[in-house]
Design a protein around this ligand. Structure first.
Ligand code: ATP
Ligand code: MG
Length: 230
């Protein structure tokens, strides 16, 4: 709520977000659009607890209690992030030394108390949904751009997060695979009750989402969806 974030100091100081308030609800897929440099990645980083705002609050339901993410101490915030949030980074952020399957296994072994066997089973099930099972033993350098993007998506979704942040998850994909990704995000919201915030430049995604926000030069406004919304 009322989030402000600036970069730089002195005369180079520039506001990336100017009093932005956004609500994310369980079961909703929210699309965030806006020109390059308008502050979209900055907003996602603040909401997910990765980047501290200059002022404003990020209120989140933490097992029935409303808490400000940025009033928690770093350990509490890290715990919250690990337990409740999934993030798909613009530019994948995969571990170069790990195979596709290991990338997914790792978040399960870290974030949840599951056995290696169970982690492997869930990793493979997710890779299968993404059409990546034949690639599961490949490392990022051996994968195409679109395949890397899908591994990053699988890694964010595999632990069934409460909050899901996706920064241009379809940018490296053709329309068919892009549609699959948006359907996965929609399932995460509609079937598993996650609150999903997705950044994209692709207007073709509008019919798939529940709410649409536009960010321009650090100012956010909610926009109506096309009438033929299904
Ligand atoms: N670490 C940083 N230091 C200084 N300025 C930054 C930093 N990160 C972002 N900015 C500036 O803040 C503004 C918002 O950046 P941000 O990455 O949030 O934009 P974006 O909407 O995600 O753009 P894109 O669509 O290109 O990814 C831009 O003007 C950018 O140059
Ligand atoms: Mg960005």
């Amino acid at each position: 709520m009322n989030l402000v974030r600036t970069y730089g100091d002195g005369t180079a100081r520039r506001a990336a977000l100017q009093h932005v308030t956004i609500n994310l609800y369980p079961g909703q897929l929210v699309l965030l659009m806006g020109p390059s440099g308008s502050g979209k990645s900055t907003l996602l980083a603040i909401l997910s607890g990765l980047l501290e705002p200059d002022s404003g609050q990020v209120l989140a339901d933490d097992d029935g209690q409303l808490r400000d993410l940025w009033q928690m101490n770093p350990q509490q915030r890290e715990h919250f992030r690990r337990k409740h949030t999934g993030f798909i980074f613009q530019g994948y952020n995969l571990f170069p030394a790990l195979t596709a399957r290991q990338q997914l296994e790792l978040v399960l072994l870290w974030g949840e108390n599951v056995s290696r066997r169970e982690a492997q089973r869930r990793a493979d099930a997710m890779l299968d949904r993404l059409g990546l099972l034949p690639n599961r033993h490949k490392k990022p350098a051996q994968l195409s751009g679109g395949e890397k993007q899908r591994v990053a998506i699988g890694r964010a979704l595999v632990k069934n997060p409460t909050f899901m942040f996706a920064d241009e998850p379809t940018s490296a994909l053709d329309w068919e695979n892009g549609q699959k990704v948006i359907e996965l995000l929609r399932d995460a919201a509609h079937q598993r009750g996650a609150a999903v915030l997705c950044v994209s430049h692709d207007h073709r995604l509008l019919p798939f989402v529940d709410v649409y926000y536009h960010l321009d030069d650090g100012r956010l406004e909610q926009r109506p969806l096309p009438v033929a919304h299904s």
